[in-house]
Design a protein around this ligand. Structure first.
Ligand SMILES: CC(C)(COP(=O)(O)OP(=O)(O)OC[C@H]1O[C@@H](n2cnc3c(N)ncnc32)[C@H](O)[C@@H]1OP(=O)(O)O)[C@@H](O)C(=O)NCCC(=O)NCCS
Length: 309
């Protein structure tokens, strides 16, 4: 987009695409407003779609508002990290950011995850609440002794490089229903903040599941994505993860299952010592057709903490 100037309350501001150099400011501003995305996650989102990020800056290049609009395919888009700095709230910047984002969305269906406080703002912008509600499960590690018996036909491998990541592409596509190879390459890349493992059927080498644990906050990792052919395979993946990665005993793991996966998630959580935490603080909102995609599985990086459960 072309950078453009606006005047708000006699102050000259610039609306433009964000550069990589601006991401530190995005982390700082979003954290001030309750986001728990790590800077690594924001980097991953940026690397996946650099043009997704729009910011509003003061003349001294101080960021005062930002938004990200991810165009997933020609039918779907997702809006995230909508923030206007406290001192600039109420002057129409949120509306300007949403208008820029909506322009890019075009005729696509669009969804977002809102805090309870921001719902009225989004309603004004034409969004409505989606029926999708997500529960979360949280807990510390629990070792299972008889793992071999639980899933005897499965081999678990660490994800170490791009070739390993490509082994989950077909499996992921079957579940997620669209192609997101580029995203997965960025998202699952091993780092001190992200550990991933793939499960293969011993006999024919078929991929039968994969898990990624991403750092959400100090001492908290989310298990996302966690896909497997059975609860036993999901358990084998998780147990391999907690045994082989340097998490330490006090780390909490959090799981955000989709509604369809809820019975499996309950069983998985029971086996692995996670407990149900209640509804997450975000509210899914949509514009266009009703949303069927689990967006948390696509860009599951923008969990906010500003609202009580
Ligand atoms: C939500 C937020 C982005 C709105 O930005 P803003 O610049 O203050 O909003 P605007 O001034 O553009 O307001 C646009 C309209 O929405 C209304 N509005 C803004 N925030 C609102 C709120 N929390 N509740 C109800 N209405 C609200 C305004 O009154 C205005 O209405 P009008 O067009 O009838 O005059 C901003 O308050 C914010 O960053 N909050 C903290 C972070 C956050 O909650 N982000 C969203 C999380 S999903």
């Amino acid at each position: 987009m072309q950078a453009r100037e606006i005047i708000i309350k006699d102050t000259k501001l610039v609306v433009r695409n964000l550069d990589r150099d601006d991401l530190n400011q995005v982390c700082a501003l979003s954290m001030l407003h309750g986001w728990t995305s790590s800077s690594e996650d924001i980097q991953v989102m940026f690397d996946t779609q650099p043009k997704a990020f729009i910011g509003i800056f003061r003349e001294d290049n101080k960021l005062v508002g930002h938004i990200a609009v991810f165009l997933l395919d020609d039918k779907r888009a997702y809006i995230g990290i909508v923030v206007v700095s406290k001192v600039m709230q109420g002057y129409g910047l949120g509306k300007i950011l949403m208008a820029e984002a909506t322009d890019r969305v075009g005729a696509r269906d669009v969804s977002l995850d809102s805090t309870s406080d921001a719902q009225s703002f989004y309603r004004k912008m034409g969004f409505r609440n989606s029926p999708i509600q997500t529960l979360s499960f949280t807990g510390k590690r629990k070792r299972i002794e008889n793992l071999e018996e639980l899933s005897p036909n499965v081999i678990i491998k660490d994800v170490k490089n791009k070739a390993d990541i490509s082994q989950v592409f077909d499996y992921d596509m079957k579940i997620c229903k669209f192609v997101r190879h580029k995203h997965l390459q960025k998202w699952l890349a091993p780092s001190p903040f992200c550990f991933s493992h793939v499960a293969f059927e011993k006999q024919d080498g078929r991929c039968v599941g994969y898990v990624s644990a991403r750092k959400l906050d100090a001492g908290i990792y989310k298990l996302q994505p966690l896909y497997a052919d059975s609860v036993e395979i999901a358990t084998a993946l998780f147990q391999h993860l907690v045994t082989n990665c340097p998490f330490g005993d006090d780390v909490m793991f959090r799981l955000y299952p989709t509604k369809q996966a809820m019975p499996h998630a309950r069983e998985f959580s029971r086996l692995n010592g996670l407990h149900e935490e209640g509804a997450v603080s975000d509210f899914r909102m949509v514009k266009g057709q009703d949303e069927v995609i689990d967006w948390r599985c696509v860009y599951s990086t923008s969990n906010t903490t500003s609202t009580a459960l």
